[in-house]
Design a protein around this ligand. Structure first.
Ligand code: MTE
Length: 328
């Protein structure tokens, strides 16, 4: 374990994200690093409405993987990213997450990492927000329901996190779980919910270790709004959005393919792989095109869907020889 990762001497409850941010800035200064952009220069220029949100984060803007780390497509405005989404813990309406997610307490927060690792352990909020080198990644996000957006995330590669816990050679899959707190999550108390909570997702280990796979802690330069999965969520940009599990509290490495929420609910409609694929339709609708937010009845903003959501050059190799119509 690296020095930075050792348990903090101050109780997590005493540290606010703001102080974490300041400490980190001091560290960057001490290390002689150039001042890094606050409130994502490039991204912010497209959206003057970036006034709400959490605490400012300090991050890098890396080049790499062609344009894949930072698409040149214009980011979806903050207002749309935060108003419209899926977070079934708070209800099934697209506005429910924005309406109710403030009821979720995200400080303190613990993320447990266990299973087939040499050093199982727990990350606390301060480790999550300041224990990793943060980067901005501007990714397309394509929901299986055929709407999409472009999100300037701030986060770090999932691989950076997993490596700290030293996965064993038997680890073949990574399983994720969301917080499940009925009192704070009206959607989980609903009589009509058919989900076996907590929300669960999973990846193959090579997918988890891929440089595009991100643990996001912010968007538009600030800590994540609750409705977008505060304080930490997965982002897998070449897969349908339901793989990008929010508000993660547990990561477990396993040798068996984990059971995941949507696959369990409707296996004929939602597969384990869930790679974005315009040629494999959902049984009830076409996946050939998508509605890019913001969109309206009069300006539907329909665009063609790209293979692997436009990340084929980076990830197609992971699925060589696989029948993608069967392994949907
Ligand atoms: N994570 C949890 N815990 N619960 C959910 O209902 N919905 C998924 C995914 N992660 C979901 C979740 C779906 S279907 C999508 S499209 C994305 O979150 C939406 O992310 P966004 O609201 O940040 O756009």
């Amino acid at each position: 374990m690296s020095q930075r990762f050792s348990p903090p001497s101050i109780a997590s409850s005493e540290i606010t994200p703001e102080s974490v941010y300041l400490k980190r800035r001091d560290f960057m200064r001490a290390a002689g690093l150039a001042a890094l952009p606050l409130l994502g220069g490039a991204a912010a220029s497209t959206s003057a409405d970036v006034v709400t949100g959490g605490e400012a984060l300090v991050y890098d803007q890396p080049a790499g993987q062609g344009d894949a780390f930072r698409t040149r497509e214009p980011p979806t405005p903050f207002a749309d990213i935060t108003a419209y989404g899926n977070f079934y813990e708070f209800g099934t309406d697209k506005g429910d997450p924005a309406r109710y997610a403030h009821e979720m307490k995200v400080d303190p927060w613990s993320l447990q990492v266990d299973g087939l690792v040499r050093k199982p352990g727990t990350l606390h909020l301060e480790d999550i927000l300041s224990g990793f080198d943060l980067q901005e990644r501007i990714y397309r996000l394509r929901c299986v329901e055929a709407w999409s957006m472009v999100v300037p995330w701030v986060g770090f590669p999932l691989a950076d996190l997993l490596q700290r816990f030293e996965p064993t050679s038997e680890a073949r899959y990574v399983a994720f779980e969301t917080l499940y707190r009925r009192k704070e999550m009206p959607g989980t108390r609903s009589f009509t919910t058919t989900i076996d909570w907590p929300y669960r997702e999973g990846l193959r280990i090579d997918e988890a270790m891929h440089p595009l796979t991100l643990m996001a802690v912010g968007l538009y330069g600030k800590t994540l709004p609750n409705q977008n999965g505060a304080p930490i969520r997965l982002v897998v940009p070449w897969k349908y959005g339901f793989k990008s599990i929010k508000s993660v509290v547990r990561i477990r490495l396993t040798d068996r393919r984990p059971r995941t929420t949507w696959e369990t609910l409707a296996p004929k409609e939602y597969g384990f792989y869930a790679n974005v694929n315009p040629d494999v339709d959902h049984p009830r609708w076409s996946q050939a095109s998508e509605r890019r937010l913001p969109s309206s009845l009069f300006r539907p903003n329909r665009i063609p869907t790209q293979m692997f959501n436009g990340y084929a050059e980076q990830v197609a190799g992971l699925y060589q020889g696989m029948d993608l119509a069967r392994n949907y």
